[in-house]
Design a protein around this ligand. Structure first.
Ligand code: GLU
Length: 217
């Protein structure tokens, strides 16, 4: 099978120079390995993602020769929810009704009991970062939220399930997601999925040395 890369923007703003660097890096590495790059739109956050941002992103990405159809995450909520239910059946999830201010709400976050999840896996977790074995430490994240009453999935769950579903062998993305990779390898084990190779590249800074953001392209 050909090496497979992906670029997975969230349409909650416009692409900035950092994103373009990331797409180019994906294509550069894919070319070197005679691989291909897929495009995925990560639009599960329906309060922040907007069709006009998606249109602008697709327009900006037109010069890049992506392979195959675009996968749009908002079209697959039922798939993610079913997989999360699988973890629930293992007794690894609980509903947290506490609000940010310490009150109790009707709404809830569906959280992963981190200690129970690690006990369930009961083996060293690691990923391969630029060819080097890197120990994962998901415990630092505590009980991560995997879904909410209003949104039946989360970034972590959807990204892990889609990378596997799309047979992604190489994840090339910004250093801002390096630490989150610990959560991703834990979820890959819990869902019985293979782990791709990872390459977290440096972030592109603006002239003042600050990190670029979508509101500040
Ligand atoms: N959708 C994420 C973002 O726009 C990127 C996810 C990933 O590359 O794993 O920041």
């Amino acid at each position: 099978m050909k090496p497979r890369f992906r670029f997975a923007p969230s349409p909650n703003g416009l692409l900035h120079a950092g994103h373009i660097f990331s797409v180019e890096e994906n294509f550069r590495q894919a070319r070197e390995m005679n691989g291909e790059v897929l495009l995925r739109i990560e639009d599960i956050d329906q309060t922040r993602c907007r069709p006009h941002f998606e249109e602008a992103i697709l327009e900006r990405l037109k010069p890049f020769p992506f392979t195959g159809d675009i996968r749009r995450q908002s079209e697959h909520f039922a798939f993610y929810a079913e997989k999360i239910e699988g973890l629930n059946k293992l007794g690894l999830l609980y509903k947290d009704h506490t609000t940010r201010t310490g009150g109790v709400s009707e709404s809830y976050a569906l959280k992963l009991n981190m200690k129970a999840a690690l006990a369930h896996i009961n083996q060293e977790l690691f990923w391969v970062e630029k060819g080097v074995k890197t120990i994962a430490n998901p415990l630092i994240w505590g009980d991560v939220t995997l879904a909410r009453k209003e949104t039946p999935t989360s970034y972590h769950v959807s990204v892990v399930l889609d990378d596997a579903l799309q047979n992604i062998t190489h994840v090339v993305r910004g250093m801002d997601l390096y630490e989150q990779t610990s959560i991703h390898v834990l979820l890959q084990k819990l869902f019985n999925l293979p782990s791709p190779h990872y390459h977290h590249h440096a972030l592109v800074n603006d002239q003042k040395g600050d990190k670029l953001s979508k509101s500040k392209p």
